[in-house]
Design a protein around this ligand. Structure first.
Ligand code: ATP
Ligand code: MG
Length: 577
């Protein structure tokens, strides 16, 4: 875990190494102060030696100043190192997520990715800062303070040998108990983010169903869970304070008691007792610091694990060695393809699919909801890989192509499509950054979008809100089609992309496709028979299997399902008319 995380330190290595070094210097001068103090008292004040008082006094001031200076320097480098490390970590994670395939994303869930990129990184940043500042400084101070105490008086040193193991033991017990609770906390924070994200994304649905109250309850439940876990963890963690304090006061009392006796019996001097007390304070302060670092490490262990899990996830779809850089033509072939999703391996979503589509053909796919239409077309641009069998595009296995080349040639209008915030032009250039204004207008004319865009006051510079909320459903679909067209692909796939478009515009789009891009292979998934009836062939999917393939006329003659759907839709449209 540490190795994977440490990779993100990179250019902040210098600051990371400098921090403990500065800290060691700070400790050195801090340790010198009580030592100088005892000389000042025993040789200067007791003997009324003014020379010594002045010289040692100046040394004291200089030591204090240097300790402060190095402390400040260390604090600064630590802050730079920790925030830089966190920045790199976030960037590395973000880049990793960009490499994820649909399958990887299914595994992590969006909300969990967001928590990992935000809260988890903050925890690690905090822990990292505390570690580079304290993990070397505190033990060194403790060891020095111990050595000094033992040199002054070994009997007093013995006190620590009794107290420290008791302290260490209790801290380990605490950690054992608390770590599992923090594990639950982070999973619940994932859940919280999911609830918020879903609610905010779907706020219009929530409003229209008037389910605000249920949503509030759902949120409060998760929020309460987090409160419960945290308070449970904090209740245990709160013992940390009293344990430390008992240790500190026991030590102080014991040292004062024995120290006073030893001063009276002449075993140690007053100056030595003063420095002993300062050492014990330093020692205990640093023990406290260590225990805080310890707590932070426990909290961040789980965050670290979650970050590493994301960083080490292997993107399951990647470029082959020597990829093919050109798609010869727009033919598509499925050879005995079966497919299931990772999170539901038992259920075969597609079973033994076999068919061939020639370049330039228009193919309709129809079937009931959940029958596997979207899953089938997702395999063509390799958004998912088949579980069994092969998919060929341009007579070559899709796995042999360079992914970018393949996806540029297989342009897909996803069923769950989104627009980004930005102008219409910016959104369309997503399809092709170099598209000229003329190309954009041509694509929009093909997708029957030009007409309504021209009616907007700002035309192609109209600003689209996040998710495309300020355009209608049908307008959004037409913009998405135009965006896909701008790639000038050899294969164009429309996954239920005209469902919100009126039948007349729908047929205009198909007419434009047939006339303007006759050589592009077109796959149209639709619920309406009218959207596919003039295709070269129609594939009927039923529960993951191909029920029948044929032209409209053939299917109407031979296929029962097709006849039923056709008749019910015809009846519906006659009743509407
Ligand atoms: N990302 C996913 N993870 C797990 N299962 C999925 C995923 N996407 C779809 N499924 C399942 O796969 C099956 C086929 O879904 P698919 O989206 O291909 O259906 P569809 O024919 O496109 O339906 P619709 O007409 O409603 O769009 C469904 O049972 C669905 O529950
Ligand atoms: Mg679908």
């Amino acid at each position: 875990m540490i190795k994977t995380l440490a990779k993100s330190i990179r250019e902040y290595k210098k600051h990371t190494i400098l921090t403990p070094i500065f800290m060691v210097f700070e400790v050195g001068f801090e340790i010198a102060i009580p030592f100088l103090l005892s000389i000042l008292i025993d040789q200067g004040i007791t003997n009324k030696d003014y020379n010594t008082i002045i010289i040692v006094g100046i040394c004291l001031v200089v030591a204090a100043f240097l300790a402060l200076l190095f402390g400040r320097l260390g604090g600064r480098t630590a802050a730079v190192a920790a925030s830089g490390f966190a920045k790199n970590l976030r960037e590395d994670m973000y880049n990793k997520v960009q490499d994820f395939s649909f399958l990887n994303i299914d595994k992590f869930s969006t909300s969990s990715i967001v928590t990992r990129l935000t809260s988890d990184v903050s925890n690690i940043q905090m822990a990292f800062m505390m570690i580079i500042r304290g993990a070397i400084r505190s033990p060194i101070t403790i060891i020095f303070a111990l050595i000094m105490t033992f040199t002054i008086n070994p009997k007093i040193g013995l006190i620590y040998l009794v107290v420290t193991p008791i302290l260490g033991g209790s801290l380990i017990l605490l950690a054992k108990y608390v770590h599992p609770i923090f594990k639950k906390v982070f999973n619940t924070i994932d859940k919280l983010n999911r609830v918020v994200q879903e609610n905010v994304n779907a706020i219009r649905v929530v409003k229209s169903f008037v389910t605000e109250e249920r949503e509030i309850k759902k949120f409060n439940k998760v929020s309460d869970d987090i409160y419960d876990y945290f308070s449970k963890a904090e209740k245990v963690m709160a013992f940390n304070g009293p344990i430390m304090q008992i240790t500190i006061y026991t030590c102080l009392t014991l040292i004062s008691w024995f120290g006073a006796h030893f001063v009276v019996s002449g075993e140690i001097t007053t100056g030595e007792l003063t420095s002993l007390i300062t050492y014990v304070m330093q020692l205990l302060m640093n023990l406290m610091m260590l225990s805080m670092i310890f707590v932070m490490i426990i909290i961040s262990l789980e965050s670290g694990r979650r970050i590493v899990e994301l960083l080490e996830e292997v993107p399951d779809i990647h470029n082959p060695e020597n990829p093919i850089m050109k798609v010869e033509n727009g033919s598509i072939e499925f050879k005995n393809v079966s497919f299931s999703y990772v999170n539901n391996k038992e259920k075969e979503v597609l079973k033994n699919i076999d068919f061939k589509i020639n370049t330039g053909e228009t193919v309709g796919i129809i079937g009931g909801t959940g029958d596997g239409k979207s899953s089938l077309v997702n395999l063509i641009p390799r958004l998912y890989d088949t579980t069994e069998g092969e998919v060929l595009v341009g007579n070559k296995n899709v796995k042999d192509y360079d992914i970018k080349v393949l996806r540029d040639q297989v342009s897909m209008v996803l069923q769950k499509n989104t627009l980004f915030s930005g102008t219409i032009k910016e959104n369309l250039r997503w399809g092709n950054i170099d598209a000229t204004d003329e190309e954009i207008i041509k694509a929009c004319k093909l997708a029957q979008a030009d007409e309504f865009i021209e009616k907007f006051p700002d035309k192609y510079d109209t600003y689209i809100e996040q998710g495309g909320n300020n355009v209608s459903g049908g307008q959004k679909q037409r913009l998405c089609i135009a965006r896909a067209l701008l790639k000038k692909p050899q294969i164009l796939i429309l996954d239920d992309s005209t469902s919100a478009v009126d039948t007349k515009t729908d047929s205009l789009i198909r007419k434009a496709f047939a006339e303007e891009i006759p050589n592009t292979t077109k796959i149209i998934i639709a619920q309406r028979i009218s959207s596919v009836q003039d295709s070269d062939k129609i594939i009927i999917l039923n529960n993951g299997k191909i029920e029948a393939i044929g032209s409209h006329e053939e299917l109407l003659k031979n296929n029962k399902i097709y006849q039923e759907v056709y008749n019910s839709q015809m009846k519906g449209s006659e009743e509407n008319a």
